[in-house]
Design a protein around this ligand. Structure first.
Ligand code: SF4
Length: 313
């Protein structure tokens, strides 16, 4: 099976999101096209076949974006890259030429959209007009690549949590997409703040309503950093258990000058913690816990209380 590779091509970005996880790296120089080629060729040499995730920063704002797409295509044609996906805010793909070039090469797009309300999305991204560009880009990608090659990523924060279910309504009913993510933020860098990260306690209702809505439309979202206790007992909790059993985090990659080569499976284990009360929880063993930085913001949260909500009803 092809090795999963996550490649951060640089940290420049045209958004300035309030939940950004690479805010401490934006001073690092982006990889040149030559450096990207070198890294990709090294991975191919080491693993034979790879499945590549292109991420950043924002890949689509690179001046050499079209040349980058050409290089990836070459490697796909040689059978060395078997699948390539791109994590993007997609704003620049509102230009037809960039969207077309991307659609010819990229097998799957993960597009960040953080609200169904343009003003809220723009205030989260810190970029006026970003909502309209991202929305147009999604329409372009639907036309050039097809809806089945697009998923959305919505990072929960204090600005969007109150209308979270509406965001999934917008993604599924208005944009016509059938894949999406429900992602709890990783509180690092600028995101290490209770002004940005809500408590799971407060978010629980909106998270469950969002999953209820997705499942009612037969959409099965990817879920990230949301422990079992947050999910309502019954269908939602079972969905989370099944999801976790299917998930593959055996990913390695390049995380920039500061981080170098990364092994995401070990980082994942090191990055999580549980509360003392979690010991009472039947999921204690299999649960991944919460991001360890979450405990810095909310040292006194009782996740077990969330588990008990609804149990026995
Ligand atoms: S172990 Fe803690 S964080 Fe995990 S599901 Fe149970 S109460 Fe929640």
């Amino acid at each position: 099976m092809a090795q999963l590779i996550d490649l951060k091509v640089g940290f420049s970005c045209n958004n300035n999101c309030i939940h950004c996880v690479i805010s401490d790296k934006t001073k690092e120089k982006d990889l040149s096209l030559e450096q990207i080629k070198e890294l990709v060729n090294e991975y191919i040499q080491q693993y034979g076949e790879i499945q590549l995730t292109l991420t950043g920063g924002e890949v689509t704002i690179r001046k050499d974006f079209i040349q980058l797409m050409e290089f990836i295509k070459e490697k796909k044609d040689e059978g060395k890259i078997v699948f390539v996906d791109m994590q993007t805010n997609a704003r620049m793909l509102f230009h037809d030429d960039r969207a077309l070039a991307a659609a010819e090469v990229i097998d799957f797009f993960l597009v960040a959209i953080h609200s169904s309300i343009s003003e809220v999305h723009d205030s989260i991204t810190g970029a006026k007009g970003s909502f309209e560009q991202t929305k147009q880009a999604i329409l372009n990608l639907k036309q050039f690549a097809g809806s089945d090659k697009i998923a959305t990523q919505t990072v929960i924060n204090q600005k969007n949590i109150g209308h979270l279910p509406d965001i999934y309504r917008f993604i599924i009913d208005e944009l016509g997409l059938t894949e999406c993510n429900i992602t709890f933020p990783h509180p690092i860098g600028v995101c290490l703040s209770d002004k940005i990260v809500p408590t799971y306690d407060y978010a629980q209702k909106f998270i469950n309503e969002s999953l209820d809505f997705c499942l009612s439309r037969n959409v099965r979202p990817y879920i990230e950093a949301i422990p079992f206790c947050v999910w309502n007992p019954g269908t939602n909790r079972q969905y989370a258990i099944d999801f976790l059993n299917r998930r593959n985090i055996d990913v390695i990659g390049y995380g920039g000058e500061k981080d170098g080569t990364l092994d995401y499976a070990s980082l994942f284990d090191e990055g999580h913690r549980k509360y003392t009360t979690c010991q009472k929880c039947p999921f204690f063993k299999e649960c991944e816990g919460v991001w360890k930085e979450y405990l810095l913001i909310y040292p006194n949260e009782d996740m077990y209380k969330l588990y008990l909500r609804g149990v026995g009803n």
